[in-house]
Design a protein around this ligand. Structure first.
Ligand code: NDP
Ligand code: OXD
Length: 315
């Protein structure tokens, strides 16, 4: 029986044809197919996917790996399809450009809050000239939930800019200048000392709904929220209530329970919310293709994948 040796690219949102072109250019010997033109399903041994639909990953009996084009893999791991694919390793995207893009997003919005831009913009609208100064950066504690590839780099750059920086993760970290809080038992004290909260967690069974009335209530009054992990972290009604009560002074939201954000969502017109369309960071084929090729090689030779996800842990 002929060995399966074709890669299927599956992505309605992220330009599957561009990724396929990038793969073929980097390795002209690679057989690359693009959904829905996958031909004989028994030819497919690797699927490269961004946000597949339920059912799209089943029926490929020779599958050796699923490679996520996202850093977050919830949209792959949450699929019912995965139950049938317990033997198939899943890898995610880790890429310097993606981490740097996210760091730019975090710095942009932390600096905007630190320098009181929402207040200055309101003053401009009211032709109101007053000398409004920022607190010292060292006294503006930024708390980052998730100190991985994204959060770790952003935290380090914030330390370089003189901010007080703390991070919350599952395991304790030893990063210069960053106060490490680890595990559920330390969450309340992490939040109590956080003025600007940045959420860069993966979406897992444990982190779903983690930004809720209780955790928002543990922040100091008038705190700021920057959410760029996944919309599933947010209990959106609780975020709105915290904004309306003044518990949150302002929120910058890149991710939502439903994306695209429905036109009737109250976030669009909220005077103290900045909405961005899940564009905090993005990975470019030029940087990611060599890693995909390496993982295809590894899958075919039965080696562990680069950035293989722990399916039990969910990230
Ligand atoms: P990593 O896996 O590198 O880091 C995840 C971090 O979260 C780790 O520090 C991990 O702790 C921590 N964590 C996970 N579960 C828990 C928990 N239960 N309690 C406390 N801490 C926890 O992920 P990345 O940094 O690469 O990406 C993070 C997320 O950012 C992605 O999953 C994705 O959802 C989102 N993302 C959003 C983008 C956008 O454009 N909006 C772009 C790219 C990513 P530990 O270190 O101990 O394991
Ligand atoms: C990702 C994302 O997970 O873009 O990479 O959200």
């Amino acid at each position: 029986m002929a060995e399966a040796k074709a890669v299927l690219v599956l992505s309605s949102q992220l330009g599957a044809e561009d990724w396929a072109r990038g793969l073929r250019a980097a390795d002209p010997t690679l057989e690359v197919r693009v959904w829905p033109e996958f031909g004989d399903p028994d030819d497919i041994d690797v699927i490269i996917a961004w946000s597949p639909e339920p059912g799209q990953l089943v029926g490929f009996s020779k599958l050796k790996a699923v490679l996520s084009l996202g850093a977050g893999v919830d949209q792959v791991l949450d699929l019912p399809d995965l139950a049938e694919l317990s033997h198939v390793p899943v890898a995610r995207t880790v890429d310097d450009g993606l981490s740097l893009g996210m760091t730019h997003y975090v710095l942009l919005h932390v600096l905007r809050y630190h320098r009181r831009m929402p207040e200055l913009e309101a003053m401009q609208r009211g032709h109101d000239w007053r000398f409004l100064v920022a607190d010292a950066a060292a006294e503006t504690n930024v708390g980052i939930m998730g100190l991985g590839e994204m959060g770790g780099l952003a935290a380090t750059k914030l330390v370089d800019l003189g901010f007080g920086v703390r991070g919350w993760s599952r395991s304790e970290k030893h990063l210069p200048g960053i106060d490490s809080f680890a595990g559920t038992e330390s969450l309340a004290s992490f939040l109590a000392g956080t003025r600007i909260l940045v959420v860069l967690l993966p979406l897992t069974e444990v982190t779903r709904g983690i930004i809720n009335a209780e955790t928002l209530g543990q922040l100091p009054k008038g705190a700021y929220l920057i959410a760029a992990g996944r919309g599933g972290h947010l209990v959106e009604a609780d975020v709105l209530a915290a904004l309306d009560s003044g518990q949150l002074a302002h929120a910058t939201l890149d991710v939502f329970n439903t994306e695209p954000l429905p036109t009737q969502s109250p976030f669009w017109d909220h005077p103290r919310v900045t909405v961005t369309p899940h564009n905090a960071s993005d990975s470019a084929p030029g940087e990611v293709v060599p890693k995909l090729l390496e993982n295809i090689r590894r899958a075919r030779s039965g080696q562990p994948l680069l950035n293989q996800v722990d399916r039990r842990r969910g990230y």
